[in-house]
Design a protein around this ligand. Structure first.
Ligand code: 4AD
Ligand code: MG
Length: 429
């Protein structure tokens, strides 16, 4: 008998096979028992009939509990009505009979589920979310490879801040201090001079004190950086990339989107061009909608929610006031108060998923910015160097994977998008 996976059952109709997995659920009518068998590749119903099994095997089957691990020998059959395949059990062995499982079908509070995150990951919805996350990661790599980006692994331990000093995790580094990286951007900028198009992908850290549905203290960022581009080129790449990633999910994760009861209209819309508005226009629109946002202010989470509900597709908001953005952003040529930057906001209230900009490529201007922001010239000497040896116009962007997963899955809170979320009040398990 061949060991196979549930996803391949269709190729083994009328054959006897072996499946290794877990009993996600079970019910019995006294003479016949039904196990929902889960093996990582899918779920299938296993049918145990007292008439067909030896007395010993049938008796043994009565010991089954939720999450018990089993090796099942069975004959594969097509469901008489549905497009599904079933297992008619011939024999089975237990790997381990599970103790009483804490997560049942009844409603549990989020704190309870988060305390049991190591077990919660097995629930159907959580499996669907991680499968979609996986597709998004693979699609990202796929896009980068097809477009000749070279992956440059940025360090996690850094002596300086990328995105401001207020949200830094500081650690002792022998006799010195180090910070956990907030973004690999500055480091991968050095690699454009060697490779032109580069990216990184890894965990980044922000000591976010905010308890919102969009903030984690550890999350996965993909930074991309390109030489000889302008802001429009930059936005075009972001648009293509997001379209590519969302299409991959629509193509490969129909079943998962169904489990999540995701209305996929907004995802399908991404084939259409993304909208572009300036920060000034966004503020005006928000004021008209009743927001108390003032000219020159950053968009708050509520503003982003309000704004993105007005559009049926992601929107780029460009040219934020420079004073609310990072030191490395180039200024707009026509208006030096504005940064040559864009944020990409996901529709349906999700808000910012990408931040990007043209980078200041002039040595003296950048030095001036560092001084204005009271950042250490010494710590950033290497970054200034890049503007001395063949400086070129360049730009890039960074996405937060969990924000994209939340939007694509249609779930409210980023805490369910990462296997083990870290927030201001959660470090366990
Ligand atoms: O907008 P941010 O801060 O931009 C940067 O870090 C740039 N250095 C990126 C670059 O240009 N290479 O962060 C980028 C993205 C945001 O758009 C958001 O999706 C996500 O990272 N993000 C978070 N996700 C979860 N929790 C948080 N606390 C996040 N902070 C930012
Ligand atoms: Mg941002």
């Amino acid at each position: 008998m061949e060991n196979i996976f549930i996803k391949d059952l269709k190729d083994f109709v009328d054959k006897e096979v072996v499946i290794n997995g877990w009993v996600a659920n079970f019910r019995s009518s006294g003479k016949i028992a039904f196990w929902q068998l889960r093996d990582g590749s899918g779920i299938a119903q296993a049918i145990l009939s007292s008439a067909d099994l030896s007395e010993g095997v049938w008796a043994k089957a009565q010991e089954v509990t939720q999450e018990t691990s089993v090796k099942v020998m069975a004959k594969v059959a097509k469901h008489p009505k549905k497009d599904e395949y079933e297992l008619h059990v011939i024999d089975f062995n237990y790997y381990q009979i599970a103790e009483e499982y804490p997560i049942s079908k009844k409603e549990h509070g989020v704190d309870f589920l988060m305390d049991n995150r190591h077990l919660w990951l097995r629930s159907a919805k959580q499996i669907a979310i991680q499968k979609i996350r996986n597709t998004l990661i693979q699609a990202n790599y796929d896009y980068m490879a097809k477009n000749d980006f070279v992956k440059i692994d940025a360090p996690i331990l850094t002596p300086n801040a990328c995105e401001g000093t207020t949200e830094l995790f500081e650690i002792d580094y022998f006799d010195d201090k180090a910070y956990l990286s907030q973004s690999g951007q500055l480091y991968i900028e050095s690699a454009i001079f060697a490779h032109n198009k580069v990216f990184d992908f890894g965990p980044v850290f922000r000591a976010e004190k905010s308890k919102t549905r969009r903030h984690l203290t550890e999350f996965w960022m993909m930074d991309a950086e390109m030489a000889f581009i302008n802001l429009d080129d930059n936005m075009n790449v972001q648009e293509e990339l997001i379209r590519h990633m969302v299409s991959a999910v629509l193509e490969n994760n129909k079943a998962e989107l169904e489990i999540l009861e995701r209305d996929i209209k907004a995802l399908e819309n991404t084939v259409k061009p993304f909208h572009k508005i300036t920060h000034t226009e966004a503020v005006k629109m928000l004021q008209d909608m009743g927001s108390d946002i003032k000219d020159g202010e950053d968009l708050g989470a509520d503003d982003e929610t309000m704004l993105t509900k007005k559009f049926d597709n992601p929107i780029f908001v460009t040219h934020y006031p420079a004073k609310i953005k990072s030191f490395y952003m180039e200024r707009n040529v026509n208006n030096h108060e504005l940064a040559e930057c864009s944020d990409l906001l996901a529709p349906e209230g999700y808000g910012e998923i990408i931040g990007g900009s043209q980078r200041e490529d002039d040595h003296d201007t950048l030095l001036q910015r560092l001084k204005e922001e009271k950042l250490s010239q010494e710590d950033f000497q290497w970054y200034l160097d890049l503007r001395k040896y063949g400086s070129v116009p360049h730009g890039g962007f960074g996405f937060g994977l969990e924000r994209i997963v939340a939007w694509v899955c249609g779930i409210q809170h980023v805490r369910e998008t990462i296997p083990f979320p870290r927030t201001i009040n959660r470090l366990k398990p």
